[in-house]
Design a protein around this ligand. Structure first.
Ligand SMILES: Cc1cc2nc3c(=O)[nH]c(=O)nc-3n(C[C@H](O)[C@H](O)[C@H](O)COP(=O)(O)OP(=O)(O)OC[C@H]3O[C@@H](n4cnc5c(N)ncnc54)[C@H](O)[C@@H]3O)c2cc1C
Length: 470
């Protein structure tokens, strides 16, 4: 370990901040460059000053769960009594019906149309005699789901929602995404789970989670403040635009801020920036891309909209994929007696949704909400849009080969460690991003090359939520 070395970290999201934390503890000189004016990356929280008071909105509601007791203790200590417990309650809205999520037997019998129950039953009977479906990496999302859950459930719950979320036909989406996000194994698993007393037999969703009092971003604002107090240099509004190559390594990083162009020397470089951007800056076109999100955030002049954490909106005619009421995570997200909603709308940067006039989009979203029983009269002209450009790594059928080529390309720079969700082009949660940041730091501390390990970290095809210790 050579603590004389200057380590530059690109990005002050969960991964970058945790890398900085570990390296600072070990005595390294660390500089973090962040293009935004705040810490937290996709986990940040915005404050909106409305007529009735202050409202807070995440960039898509987050929650903290982890199966790593050390990480939980770290977060607990950092947040003290400002880390609250919250309960998850979610529903799926489709064709005028409301289903509990995860599915529950009585609820299904009460709510589902006969066509769904009969179709699902026939699919289940067929599946009892069917061979095991193919491996996820060789098949599309559509094939993976249909082979496990049958055509009826696929058409009802997955097809329209998935096409809306990703903007591509589920036949062109990799089965990898399904296997990392769907907590049940197949239709037999669904049936088993629906039986009374069998709930613990299969993997289930974590219902309880941690959430900071003032929004998810509070965790990272606090972490960044502590780092600064300990002497770590955090440079905000620093948009990294150039990587200066020299001798099989990155010699310096160029960035732009309000005062112009700058260059900073680095002995070691840890990057949580998007993998395709890092490739582009080193003259390689990876062909990888991200799906973006635009959020419509609105104060609502009523006590509550519903008791749900998430409402998944499956109808293709509705623009958003999820409706959220921030107050369900922490009551401090809206002024007393008031609430707010946030609708997640998938899009691609620069397309018609991304560029739509905000007032026009609000009108459209309110029309959608009216069809879901949310009275538009609770809303006013107060609203704002926020954006996450790199929300989801686009896992189309060709992404694995492109990702591998990108990894090989960047491996030529011996002082560069890619980490985090965007940096490794992985659909991972915050706790995994934090762990990845720590792994990157650990590599510099003990000198062990963990670059491949980080790219593959927690790549198991199990749902990460399963054994949450929170
Ligand atoms: C809608 C949505 C909901 C989610 N919900 C949950 C949840 O409930 N629970 C959970 O655990 N996880 C959730 N996640 C995932 C979570 O947001 C990520 O796992 C986490 O943010 C990854 O952290 P990171 O540090 O790897 O990346 P990021 O948070 O993306 O941080 C990367 C940082 O790099 C900076 N950067 C990028 N380019 C440059 C540049 N050119 N110059 C300088 N800086 C740059 C960015 O500004 C950013 O701050 C959700 C994600 C989304 C999109």
């Amino acid at each position: 370990m050579n603590t004389e070395q200057h380590v530059v970290i690109l990005g002050a999201g969960p991964a970058g901040l945790m890398a900085a934390w570990e390296l600072n503890e070990a005595g390294f000189k660390v500089t973090v460059l962040e293009k935004e004016s705040y810490a937290g990356g996709m986990c940040a929280t915005q404050t909106f000053q409305g007529e009735k008071g202050e409202y807070r909105f995440d960039y898509g509601g987050h929650r903290f769960i982890t199966k790593n007791p050390k990480l939980l203790t770290f977060v607990d200590r950092l947040m003290g009594d400002e880390l609250l417990f919250a309960q998850r309650k979610s529903v799926i809205r489709y064709r005028g019906r409301i289903y509990q999520y995860p599915l529950a037997a009585l609820d299904l019998l009460r709510n589902a149309p006969w066509s769904l129950l009969i179709g699902g039953g026939i699919d289940l009977a067929k599946q009892l005699f069917k061979a095991k479906p193919q491996q996820r990496s060789q098949v599309s999302f559509a094939q993976w789901i249909e082979s496990r859950f049958g055509t009826t459930l696929y058409k009802h719950f997955f097809e329209g929602y998935t096409a809306k979320l990703w903007g591509i036909d589920p036949k062109n989406l990799s089965g990898d995404w399904a296997s990392q996000r769907i907590s049940l194994l197949d239709l037999k698993d669904v049936a088993k789970r629906l039986l009374p007393g069998k709930r613990s037999a299969v993997r289930t969703y974590a219902r309880q989670y941690r959430y900071p009092k003032w929004g998810f971003g509070q965790l990272y604002t606090k972490l960044a403040q502590q780092l600064q107090q300990q002497g770590v240099e955090l440079v905000f509004n620093a948009n990294v635009t150039e990587l200066v190559q020299g001798d099989g390594a990155i010699a310096a990083v160029g960035y732009r801020d309000g005062n112009g162009e700058h260059q900073i020397h680095c002995d070691q470089l840890i990057s949580t920036m998007p993998l395709p951007d890092m490739c582009r800056m080193t003259d390689f076109d990876s062909g990888l891309s991200f799906r973006s999100l635009r959020f419509m955030n609105m104060p609502m002049a009523t006590q509550d909209i519903s008791d749900n954490t998430w409402q998944y909106l499956s109808d293709p005619e509705i623009l958003g994929t999820r409706l959220q009421e921030p107050k369900r995570r922490s009551e401090f997200m809206a002024p007393a007696g008031e609430t707010s909603v946030m609708v997640e709308i998938p899009c691609d940067k620069g397309d018609a949704i991304w560029t739509m006039d905000s007032a026009k989009l609000q009108r459209r979203v309110l029309q959608d909400l009216a069809t879901l029983g949310v009275d538009p009269k609770f809303a006013s002209a107060e609203h704002f849009s926020s954006y996450t450009e790199h929300a989801y790594p686009l896992m189309d059928m060709s992404y694995q080969a492109k990702r591998e080529a990108a990894i090989r390309h960047l491996a030529q720079f011996e002082n560069l460690i890619m980490t985090g969700r965007q940096g490794t082009f992985r659909y991972i949660f915050t706790d995994t991003a934090m762990e990845m940041g720590m792994m990157a730091a650990q590599s510099l501390i003990d000198g062990k090359d963990r670059r491949r390990e980080i790219f593959d970290y927690r790549n198991e095809s199990t749902v990460i939520e399963v054994q949450s210790v929170a």
